[in-house]
Design a protein around this ligand. Structure first.
Ligand code: GLN
Length: 468
């Protein structure tokens, strides 16, 4: 693995060993040399002049000076295409910067380009993109996870310092785990979604990938905070996690909740070994563990797939051949022709499922029931965090798998078991690299905390990272 170290690179610039422009030039070459991974869908055409301009910024006023960033291709960046991994938006150019992109630029970050993803962020393997699958950075032919496949691989392959993804049910944490890096989904509302193409608006949250926790904190602090263009964004002030991360808490002051044994029976044995190892190491450092029963965990996956598809069927109605992107005029019914040829199979499946659960005869049986289950899941989380600082659990039950291996959509959906509940409840969650399988596949573990406790979550992750 060759993950970039932002703090070290800033130091090299201070010592005049390189410049931010020089670094950017090296990365463009590296990206070009790694085309077989199928990560970048477009490169920022102004990246060189932007990197030059950044050299002039006062570091005291630019907390991300020279940090190179890759952006998932469902987030608007002016002057670049935004495809969402779909034929539907192949030639679409958004007219404005997402709020987070504006904030990154203000803080001196360098946007390198847009990266590959499962079509409209639906998937867990990076295989559903219209532009072809993304490869695993270390194991060719294996999936890097998804849907933010390109965002994870760009950091893991050392093509940028950090990247942005979106996490509706695990799409930042799961690929981070498969690629051996950090992937963070903040509390719902902590980061503006203005400029993110909606999949399931009540679950979607923009997340961050990085190779270390302090870099994660820097990016989070720069992009969090209220945005007048996103009515769901929190009124709380922007997060200031960096100092907390640097002064991370002593492990012996921590109480972590863990899942009851019956929730872990489906774990791959290598994941189980790493999970047990982490528990053992942390106990040796004085962490107190409490077993928590999680009422309603059986409802996590059904609740997620009902709410997510219902919201997707409504959000994706705007892609009709009139307003955005692709138009198919081969039939007199232009809308049907456009949607039939513009969307891939997985997206169509979700739109049909979502339309079904919202239809008048089935609304009460599915959608309404899922809303009630959501309330119960939120209450379950509240009770966990009344006694524990955080919940520790695996990110995924299994290891990265071979491309094409999971053919049954249901099997793919079930693999999101450990990630969807935090989106349903809106609580923050992070995946951290915790170990390797005997063959060297990365294995990630996950931490979750109470709503709006994002700073503590990052600080606890740093304490754990230092002893693993
Ligand atoms: N794998 C989940 C899905 O396909 C999560 C996707 C996401 O978080 N964007 O719905």
């Amino acid at each position: 693995m060759h993950v970039l170290d932002y703090a070290q690179d800033v130091q090299s610039v201070l010592e005049n060993k390189t410049s931010f422009s020089g670094m950017t030039e090296d990365l463009l070459k590296r990206i070009n040399d790694h085309q077989s991974l199928n990560v970048f869908l477009s490169i920022n055409p102004n990246v060189r002049s932007e990197a030059k301009h950044i050299e002039e910024l006062d570091s005291a006023e630019a907390s991300l000076k020279g940090m190179t960033i890759a952006v998932k291709d469902n987030i608007s960046v002016i002057g670049m295409p935004m495809t969402c991994g779909s034929k539907m938006l192949e030639h679409f150019h958004p007219m404005y910067d997402a709020t987070i992109i504006q904030r990154l630029k203000q803080q001196g970050a360098i946007i390198l380009g847009k990266v590959n993803m499962d079509e409209f962020a639906m998937g867990s393997s990076g295989e559903t993109s219209y532009f072809g699958p993304t490869d695993h950075p270390q194991f060719p032919g294996y999936v890097p996870g998804g849907s933010s496949s390109g965002s994870a691989v760009s950091v893991a392959a050392g093509l940028c310092h950090a990247s942005l993804g979106s996490d509706t049910g695990g799409s930042v944490r799961q690929p981070a785990a498969f690629c051996g890096i950090y992937g963070f989904k903040p509390s719902y509302g902590r980061i503006s979604r203005y400029g993110l193409t909606a999949f399931a608006s009540s679950l979607d949250q923009i997340g961050i990938f990085s190779g270390d926790v302090p870099t994660m904190g820097l990016v989070f602090d720069a992009i969090s905070g209220h945005d007048q263009y996103d009515s769901t964004s929190s009124e709380l002030p922007p997060v200031s996690s960096y100092q907390k991360i640097i002064n991370s808490p002593n492990l012996d002051s921590l109480t972590l909740a863990i899942l009851p044994e019956q929730e872990l029976t489906g774990l791959d044995k290598e994941v189980r070994r790493v999970y047990d190892d982490v528990l053992m190491k942390l106990s040796r450092h004085g962490v107190t563990f409490i077993h928590q029963t999680i009422p309603g965990s059986k409802a996590w996956i059904p609740t997620y797939y009902i709410l997510a598809t219902a919201e997707a069927s409504s959000n994706l109605a705007r892609f009709d051949g009139v307003r955005f992107g692709w138009r198919d005029q081969t039939s007199s019914d232009m809308t049907t022709a456009t949607r039939s040829s513009g969307f891939g199979a997985e997206v169509k499946r979700r739109i049909m499922l979502g339309t079904y659960v919202l239809s008048s005869g089935y609304y009460d049986a599915y959608y309404l029931k899922a809303q009630k289950a959501r309330r119960a899941i939120v209450n379950g989380y509240t009770s966990i965090f009344s006694t524990a600082d955080a919940l520790l659990l695996p990110t995924t039950a299994g290891l990265p798998f071979k491309r094409g291996e999971k053919k049954d959509p249901l099997e793919m959906y079930l693999s999101d078991y450990f990630t969807v509940s935090s989106n349903i409840a809106g609580v923050p969650a992070i995946s951290f690299p915790a170990g390797l399988s005997s063959e060297g596949f990365p294995i990630g573990m996950q931490l979750q905390t109470g709503l709006m406790n994002d700073e503590s979550l990052l600080a606890i992750t740093q304490s754990i990272a230092q002893v693993l």
